[in-house]
Design a protein around this ligand. Structure first.
Ligand SMILES: O=P(O)(O)OC[C@@]1(O)O[C@H](CO)[C@@H](O)[C@@H]1O
Length: 453
């Protein structure tokens, strides 16, 4: 779970045709409201949830003031100051409103952690300011109900089970505490639908057994042979044999387990929220390992509390405990996942770049190699989607494959729409959504499943 190569950027240039990035400088716009309404509300909720001392409360007051003006640098002693300077694109020292939305939002969360003393020294070191919200959600009755439903799910025919697990992992993305804690009741009901559905392609990329969907030979096989998806066309990419030299070695080389065996599919799942989103993600992972013959799954989580409910390693453990305590099929799943962690078939990574304010196009070499050697990377959630395609005003009909062409291997997105970026939509679908006259991009009411080989 180290982050040693976080500053080693891959050097992949931006495409010259990229549309403009979303900024936060238009009063009343979605990004502006996040920065000027949600973030102050979140600061107050964080303050109310934990009995912080006067120092923390003063620091939170200062942050409240700061976000109305200029982005100040991190404290001189900050352990990650150099890292953030390497991620800076000239925004520190300028107005928050003038930075790209993605950059400003991410920097806010970093600064919030400083303000609550997360990096210490002191009593609040390592105390997750969002833990009270995460804990309340995870222990709620809705989660009991969802875990109980797993008993019936286990009996479904394979094809139906696969589709149900995909949809649960997708709609689990509604469980975003940014919305619940700081945004009021904006989240729409569950009944509305998918605006793009590449689930057939997704499952063909996953491979293995599934009734009704023919397996595509070769796509589920991770290989270091050029030309096999996941390994080709990537400078310095190496296959799962793990044979790269020290300069190209990923941060957690020692973690590589069964993917080193030829012919074994390896899937990366880049998690988003903890609790009710991570639970179905873990169930999906269990299905891949237990029922689909996936050799290895790499679960990427955040190294730090971030965007309120984003999953950290501690949240993975909390979910496992919750499932074990629930018993039934949930308990079985937890037991299998614990065994997979022990045997190395399930790896958890918490890379520093997972909290970077930058798109995946700029990911560092180690992370790039990780995704390059996967037969499929599944990106969960809105923030990962923004980082995957770029947080830009893309025409919504831009092909998903075009916006993700730089990505070093097959990639899929499972996301509910909670910000203004969207690609890969059918023109008629966009027209129909626009014709409703209601907001559809930012409410979480709609979801998408997109994939490209
Ligand atoms: O990644 P998630 O959890 O699906 O969504 C997080 C998110 O919706 O929160 C912000 C709004 O506060 C958005 O900018 C952002 O994309």
């Amino acid at each position: 779970m180290a982050d040693g190569d976080a500053r080693q950027l891959s050097g992949v240039p931006s495409a010259p045709y990229d549309p403009p990035e979303f900024l936060s400088d238009v009063p009343g716009s979605y990004p502006w409201r996040v920065l000027h309404e949600r973030h102050p509300a979140l600061i107050e909720k964080v303050r109310a949830a934990t009995p912080y001392d006067i120092r923390v409360n003063r620091a939170l007051d200062l942050l409240l003031e700061e976000i109305e003006g200029v982005m100040e640098p991190l404290e001189g002693s900050a352990h990650d100051r150099d890292l953030w300077e390497s991620w800076d694109r000239g925004h520190i020292g300028r107005r928050w409103d003038d930075a790209p939305f993605l950059w400003a939002e991410s920097y806010f969360y970093r600064k919030l952690l400083s303000a609550v003393g997360y990096f210490g020294p002191g009593a609040w070191q390592g105390v997750d300011p969002f833990e009270p919200f995460k804990q309340a959600e995870l222990s709620g009755e809705a989660v009991d109900e969802e875990l109980r439903e797993l008993d019936a799910l286990a009996a479904l025919p394979p094809g139906e089970r696969a589709q149900t697990l995909t949809l649960r992992a997708l709609w689990g993305n509604r469980a975003d505490l940014v919305f619940r804690v700081a945004a009021g009741p904006e989240l729409a009901g569950r009944e509305s639908g998918l605006v793009a559905d590449d689930s057939e392609l997704l499952w063909s990329l996953i491979g293995g057994e599934r009734a009704g969907v023919p397996d595509v030979p070769g796509l589920s096989v991770v290989s270091d042979v050029p030309g096999v998806p996941g390994a080709s066309g990537v400078s310095g990419a190496r296959g799962p044999s793990g044979a790269s030299g020290p300069s190209g070695a990923p941060d957690d080389e020692a973690d590589r387990g069964v993917a080193g065996r030829a012919g074994v599919a390896r899937i990366c799942l880049v998690a988003d929220n903890a609790g009710s989103e991570l639970l179905p993600d873990l169930v999906l992972i269990d299905h891949l390992l237990h029922a689909r013959g996936t050799g290895e799954v790499v679960l990427h989580v955040k190294p730090l509390p971030y965007y309120v409910s984003d999953a950290t390693p501690a949240d993975v453990l909390a979910c496992l405990r919750r499932m074990s305590a629930a018993g039934g099929e949930a308990g079985e799943v937890a037991g299998r996942l614990r065994a997979a962690l022990g045997s190395g078939r399930l790896l958890v990574r918490a890379h520093a770049f997972s909290c970077a304010p930058l798109p995946y196009r700029e990911m560092p070499v180690g992370m790039r190699e990780d995704f390059a050697s996967a037969s499929l990377t599944i990106m969960k959630g809105d923030l990962n989607y923004r980082r995957l395609v770029g947080d830009r005003a893309w025409p919504h009909t831009t092909p998903f494959a075009e916006a993700t062409a730089y990505f070093p291997g097959p990639v899929a997105a499972l996301r509910t729409l909670k910000s203004e970026v969207a690609v890969g939509l059918d023109g008629d679908v966009v027209k129909a959504l626009e014709a409703t006259g209601r907001p559809w991009l930012t409410t979480g009411a709609h979801g998408l499943i997109q994939a490209r080989p």
